[in-house]
Design a protein around this ligand. Structure first.
Ligand code: URA
Length: 188
């Protein structure tokens, strides 16, 4: 498999009914040789219109969160659990996640990240543990695909409840510590 082949296959995917209502698939963005992979939930309205992950308000906050620890869209890769927008931004159904997750697994196989960061409960429950409790287990390290993996609060959750921002700042600093410990590149 190659990145280009995978992206083309994903763009014309009809594996679930979200393909009927999408404007664009949202494959992923960033550096295809990155050491750090961020995984969100699903595209929202803006993402569906642009074909790019995290371009709405939550995306702006994500960019700010990344900049706290000297990351940006050119030194990480960003993808989602599912690649098409669920109607009215509802949670993706299990059947939709199961239909789509193979694309993310292929992305992980191509990227071979050294660190994975799940954004929010839906991504953490699919990648880390189906019973993952985001309020208790954010910022902790787990091993997924043989790679250290942690979850942060989803930026949309931080917009809804800014009282969670101090915890997220500490989680970002812990992520930065891990990056300095195991990544080969320098992020300054
Ligand atoms: N929320 C997500 O989880 N992913 C996006 O791409 C946009 C918003």
């Amino acid at each position: 498999m190659t990145w280009d082949k995978l992206e083309k296959t994903c763009q014309t995917c009809r594996k679930c009914s979200l393909s009927d209502s999408r404007n664009n698939t949202v494959f992923g963005i960033g550096n295809r040789t990155a050491e750090i992979l961020f995984i969100g939930e699903a595209p929202g309205e803006q993402e569906d219109l642009r074909g790019e992950p995290f371009v709405g308000r939550a995306g702006k906050l994500l960019d700010n969160m990344l900049s706290v620890i000297d990351l940006n869209r050119s030194n990480i890769y960003i993808s989602n659990i599912i690649k098409c927008r669920p109607p009215s931004n509802r949670d993706p159904l299990h059947v939709e996640q199961d239909a789509c997750i193979a694309y993310l697994y292929e992305q992980i196989a191509l990227l071979q990240p050294k660190i994975i960061v799940c954004l929010g409960r839906i991504a953490a429950q699919k990648i880390i543990d189906k019973n993952f409790k985001i309020s208790k287990e954010h910022g902790h390290w787990y091993e997924c695909f043989d790679v250290p993996t942690m979850a942060l609060y989803h930026p949309a959750a931080l917009l809804r409840d800014p009282r969670r921002k101090p915890d997220t700042f500490l989680d970002l600093k812990e992520l930065q510590r891990k990056i300095q410990e195991i990544c080969e590149r320098t992020y300054l």
